[in-house]
Write a protein that binds this ligand. Structure first.
Ligand SMILES: Cc1cc2nc3c(=O)[nH]c(=O)nc-3n(C[C@H](O)[C@H](O)[C@H](O)COP(=O)(O)OP(=O)(O)OC[C@H]3O[C@@H](n4cnc5c(N)ncnc54)[C@H](O)[C@@H]3O)c2cc1C
Ligand code: FES
Length: 271
């Protein structure tokens, strides 16, 4: 439950309302480790905490990245932070994307908006051992070309690591030559080897629901599909019930779930 102080070493604006904070852990949490998909509670002193996924490479030591979308009071206050400012950190919490189940198989990552942040550590991990995986397909959707996250890395993953990167936007602009439409429409352009593919899905709940429907239509067995869920968090350790979704507490049982565990809840709106 302890909150540790961490100094902001760098702030990168990914787009107009999303930024990545690099936090310095040296001397504070020198032994901090995490698994892809886990999150921290980031504390603004005197104000409160927000659950934020860790978006950096799990093998990097000394610093941690959190990519944050400004939506309300806490994330706006975080957006005003500068290099040298301090935030509190509690974590890491939650379950992780299972990587070992995908060894020897194809990987399909389907994501929208800020959902790419918790999946970036997956890409760092599997690209380090690229030859242990088959095809790696990244389907990614943003609101507009300027809203896309990690644009330099998207190109690098495609050009240097044979990742099949397919990007779509809701609204194009005069320079955009790519796809326009929802993430699920990108499935039209790929052929999946259903029995031999593991899928990781993260994004707005409606996007995940339609993506799961599409994967099921293409014959992917449910136990080869993993999703990351979001709910408002308070304690992050299974005490307060804030993150409850039906019978499960997302902070400790999730946020990453195998589809069979979460499928019955995906179709229900209020839980
Ligand atoms: C496990 C987990 C990982 C997360 N990872 C990230 C991340 O990497 N980057 C990031 O930007 N955000 C992430 N979030 C969401 C983030 O915690 C919320 O956006 C943040 O707490 C909002 O705080 P706020 O005070 O700025 O906005 P608020 O004023 O609290 O909320 C603004 C709006 O967002 C909605 N909202 C707030 N929190 C959530 C939530 N958790 N799920 C769905 N809707 C919510 C509110 O209902 C409201 O409509 C994550 C959430 C969880 C549970
Ligand atoms: S946030 Fe308190 S139980 Fe999950």
């Amino acid at each position: 439950m302890l909150t540790h102080p961490a100094v902001i070493r760098r702030v990168i604006w990914e787009n107009d309302d999303t930024f990545t904070l690099t936090l310095d852990l040296t001397g504070v949490l020198p032994d901090f480790t995490f698994l892809p998909g886990q999150f921290n509670m980031v504390y603004v002193y005197g104000m409160g905490e927000a659950a934020i996924s860790i978006s950096s490479d799990p093998t990097r030591t000394g610093t941690l990245d959190h990519t944050i979308h400004r939506v309300g009071a806490m994330t706006t206050r975080l957006a005003h932070k500068k290099r040298g400012d301090m935030v509190g950190l509690r974590g890491p919490f939650g379950s992780s994307w299972p990587i070992d189940v995908a060894r020897g198989k194809d990987v399909c990552i389907a994501t929208g908006g800020i959902g790419l942040a918790p999946l970036r550590p997956v890409l760092y991990t599997i690209l380090r051992e690229r030859d242990q995986f088959g095809r790696i397909i990244l389907l990614y959707g943003g609101r507009s070309p300027l809203d896309l996250l990690y644009r330099v890395e998207l190109e690098k993953w495609a050009n240097e690591h044979q990742v099949e990167v397919l990007v779509t936007v809701d609204r194009g602009d005069s320079s955009w030559k790519g796809h326009i439409g929802v993430v699920t429409a990108l499935f039209t352009y790929i052929k999946l080897d259903a029995r031999n593919t593991v899928a990781y899905v993260c994004g707005p709940e409606m996007m995940m629901k339609y993506t799961v429907d599409e994967l099921e239509r293409r014959g992917l067995p449910a136990d080869q599909v993993y999703l990351s869920m979001e709910r408002n968090m308070k304690c992050a350790i299974g005490f307060c019930g804030h993150c409850q979704m039906g019978p499960t507490f997302i902070c400790k049982d999730g946020p990453v779930y195998p589809l069979p565990r979460i499928r019955p809840l995906l179709d229900r709106k209020e839980l």
